[in-house]
Each structure stands twice: as structure tokens, then as C-alpha cells.
Design a protein around this ligand. Sequence first.
Ligand SMILES: Nc1nc2c(ncn2[C@@H]2O[C@H](COP(=O)(O)OP(=O)(O)OP(=O)(O)O)[C@@H](O)[C@H]2O)c(=O)[nH]1
Ligand SMILES: [Mg+2]
Length: 482
Amino acid sequence: MNQLTSLGDEARIALDTAAGRAAGLFSPNLRLGVTGLSRAGKTVFITALVHNLIHGGRLPLFDPVRSGRLARAYLEPQPDDSVPRFAYEDHVRALVDERIWPESTRSISQLRLTVEYESASGWNRVFGRGRLHIDIVDYPGEWLLDLPLLGKDFRTFSAEATGQSESPVRSEVAREWRAIADAIDPDADADEAQAETLARAFRAYLAECRAASRSLSTLPPGRFLMPGDMEGSPALTFAPLTRMSDRARPGSMQALMQRRYEAYKSLVVKPFFRAHITRLDRQIVLVDALSAINAGHEAVADLERALTEILTCFRPGRNNPFSALFQRRIDRILVAATKADHLHHESHRRLEAIIDRLVERAVRKASLSGASVNTVAMAAVRATREATVTEDGETLPVVVGTPIDGEKIGDEVFDGKKETAVFPGDLPADPGKLLEAREGAGQRFVRMRPPRLERTAEGMTLSLPHIRLDKALQFLLGARLA
Ligand SMILES: Nc1nc2c(ncn2[C@@H]2O[C@H](COP(=O)(O)OP(=O)(O)OP(=O)(O)O)[C@@H](O)[C@H]2O)c(=O)[nH]1
Ligand SMILES: [Mg+2]
């Protein structure tokens, strides 16, 4: 048995599975995990998915809709009382009524969408209309990146964090934390105030790495950037040490940091995996590849590392400390490059080629097998339309949208009301180039407001426009609604 799995863990899971099966007898459910690093587009994706299904959106690539078999979709109270509900109505109000992007969400949330459909097979139709509960779980990708910590002791974690902080992209922003850490005598008496100062400096360093200009992805511990409801708790008041004794003296600073690191793993990381990840059936991983591309090759390489670690979490197998706990098996994983509406469709294939390449390498490194992994370049909410501009006899593809208040192009500052055409720039044709040089770096995309929704003659608002959301739905849900 895996050393990280206690018998207690397994016994509890077995019980959950039996209960789940009993409950699932009458109304099958499917748990869809939606993850991605902060700002990847999780909230927008879930809101657009639900809105399009409830309001009969244009989803020609989603078979149940195309063939007219989707009878009805509606929200129902979610079954897990301890998980906050996804604030769907608030997010729709922001997107549709106010045309602003929903606020950042800092924790896990869940929503139950029930779909009624006619089965495609004549035999199944005999049993009447099918019904599927889709439990959508929105959780920060940062938390998944904690899984590798379970196999590392405090010494290894510290050594890795120290090593990483010396890389060219990180060293400058790591300076303040390093100055504090390098001055800490690991043998000195534990000092709470010092622990807090150190943890704060480490957190600030991680946040700088994540910020737009660097756009790095692998920054554990995940709760330091995404604390959820753990903010300020002792299990989060630790940091790697750069100096370390061979043995931690009881009562010393090193002993305190070590103990909290272990507490973080057992009180935060393990329960999260057990309660949520091991119960998923399908998973979509959203990646903001465009931001990484803009930040340069180090950010792209780091995104690939993060993808590898994320995919490893879904691999039941030898190196996954949770493999014994998986109640269900994730059989389909979709990695989606979001915000494709920043590009002209001529570049979509290139974005897809880039994400394909990243995922192909990540799948190989994670030795993921058993699940089918697919990729798509999409926009859950399409904020632009396409046009062409003729300049000096040359016709250029552009995207047209309303830049967010305060966005700039050159000297022009936008007010959030004026529409403008933007030349979206090019992506390299060869994805390999992104990992080698600073190709594409420094290009910035102008953030647009959500689109104005058209109304029908009867005054009904139409559903949210998107790019290939239906393709994503078909891969994730299509077969379950056949
Ligand atoms: N143009 C465009 N922008 C998008 C789209 N999806 C997300 N965005 C932008 O990305 C930002 C983040 O999207 P969210 O859905 O809030 O991302 P999230 O992953 O939930 O982020 P956190 O809650 O902070 O973890 C939004 O505020 C938008 O500016 C999209 O489909 N098109
Ligand atoms: Mg969110």
C-alpha cells in the first residue's frame, strides 16, 4: 500500500462510494471539475456554459442541441452542503446586464445543472426522457500544484524553492524574501513574529512571480496565493528556509517551519484532494496561454511544467499518492486555451497548435494513460467581432470590441464606451519557437468589455456569444447525453 495512504482514508472512501452509488441509482450524475490558474477564465466559462444551456444558445457542435434532443436545462440545489454555491446569478448579472467581467473568486464552489434529453437510441427512448445531473466544481488550479508536496519533506521543499528563486526570471523579485530568509538562524528559538514576516515576504515573492509581467505558473504552496478560507491560519504561516541544520532542534525555528509544513500537507492538501479531486468524472483545465506567450519563453516553459503537474493529479497510478483514493475515474480531460476572441480566427489554428504541443509534452511527462485528453482554443464569452482594415493598399485582419475603461493602445486611453478595431498580432507558426526565444514576448492584448447582447423582436435577450464552447461541451458531455 502506498505509504501516504492510511487505512482510514480508504475505509472512508469505500463508504462514500457505496452511498454515492445508492444515490446515483435513480438520477445519474456527472461531476465536472473546472480548474485553471487564477484569471484563466473558470468563472466566465461556467457562467457561459450554464447560460447557453439554459437559454438555448447557439451550440451547433454540441450534438444534443444540434439534433434537437436537449429538452430542458435548469439549476437545482446542489447536494454538497459544505461547499459554497457558484454565484451564477451574480455572474450573469455582471456579464449580461452590466457588461463587466465577474469578480475574481478565491475558493472552491459548486453548481448543479440538470439536463433533460431525448436519447438518441430508440431502445433507450422506450424508458422515457433521460435526466442527468451535472455537478460543476470550480476550484483553483493553484491547489492542484500542491500534490507534489505530499511526496516531499520540508528539507526538499526548501531546497527546491531556494534553487528556483535563483533562476534569472525570479531572482530579482525574490531578493526581499531571500534577505530575510538568509538571515534566519534555523537553530534559534522559534519566533512567531519572525515566522510571520518570513511567510509574508515569501507570499509577496510568489505574487510577483504570478503578476502579469512574469506570468509564472508553478508557485507552491498553492494556498499562499489562493488561501480560500485558510487566510492567516498557522498552517499557512510558514516558508521555506534557505539555511538548514542537519537536525531540527525541538523548539527551534526550523522545527516550527517543518511542523507547519507538515500540517499544511495533512490539514489542507490531503483533505482537498480526498473531498474533491478523487470524485470527479470529467475535467476541464483552462489555460491563459496568451498571457504566458506575452510574458515570454520562461512563462511558457513554466506553464508547461504546471500542466504536467496538473495532469499528474488526474493520473491514478504509482506516483500519485491518491491513486488508492480515486472513487471515480476521470476518463476525459480537456485542456482549453481561453480568450481566443483576442485573436483573429486566422490565428486560432496557431493557438491550437501551441496548446497541442504543450499538452502533448505534458501528457508524455505525466505518463498519463487511461484518460482521453483533448485540446481546444476557445472563448467562453466572445467579446470581439472580426473585421478587416485596409491601410496603404494592404488588407489587415482586425478584431473589434469595446476596450475596458483605462486600457491603452499607444497614447490612447479608452473610456469603456468607445468601440475600436485592434490588430491582434501574430502567433508564431512554429510552437517550438515559443520555448526557445522570447518570440512573441511583449505583445499585449487589449482587454475588452463583455459583448452587448442582441435582443429578439420580442425583447428576449439572446444567449452569450462564444467561440467553440460547443466543441468543448461535446467532448465533455456529449457521450453522456447520447
Ligand atoms: N475576451 C475574453 N476574456 C475572458 C474570457 N474569459 C475570461 N476572460 C478574462 O479573464 C478574466 C478572468 O476570468 P475569470 O473567469 O474570472 O477567471 P477565473 O479563472 O475564475 O479567475 P479567479 O477567480 O481569479 O481564479 C476576466 O475578468 C476577463 O477579463 C473570454 O472568454 N473572453
Ligand atoms: Mg473565478
